[in-house]
Design a protein around this ligand. Structure first.
Ligand code: AMP
Ligand code: ZN
Length: 109
């Protein structure tokens, strides 16, 4: 998966604004944020979408997304959207599985 942009982020070959990292996951700020603090949570190992992802990685990444959501609330978010695009027809553009964690601030359209 040499060409995968998110694999390169995990390896540090492309810079990112890291939010969190552990053995299996990596979280960083979206380069084109919907809102300030828009974070992407990814597995360190390359999987294209949720259909390819082992169950334990799904649950681990959801736990990490929850942790980040709590952090965003501490920093003033009033709500948080958590979303996943699976497949081109669902709007997936980067084909390395990722969870969008998007803070909401009220009246932010
Ligand atoms: P999706 O439509 O779910 O595939 O979303 C891909 C997301 O990756 C978009 O929100 C992009 O802004 C984001 N993205 C693409 N390249 C980078 C990058 N180098 N660093 C951070 N976020 C990125
Ligand atoms: Zn990848």
């Amino acid at each position: 998966m040499e060409e995968c942009i998110f694999c390169k982020i995990v390896k540090g070959e492309i810079p990112s604004e890291k939010i969190f990292e552990d053995e299996k996951s990596f979280a960083f700020l979206d380069i084109n944020p919907v809102n300030q603090g828009h974070t992407l949570v990814i597995p360190k190992e390359h999987f294209e979408n949720i259909h390819d992802l082992p169950e334990e990685i799904v649950s681990h990444l959801m736990k990490v997304s929850k942790k980040i959501s709590s952090g965003l609330k501490k920093f003033g978010a009033k709500g948080v959207n958590i979303s996943i695009n699976n497949g081109k027809d669902a709007g997936q553009v980067v084909f390395h599985f990722h969870i969008h964690v998007i803070p909401r601030f009220g009246n932010d359209a």
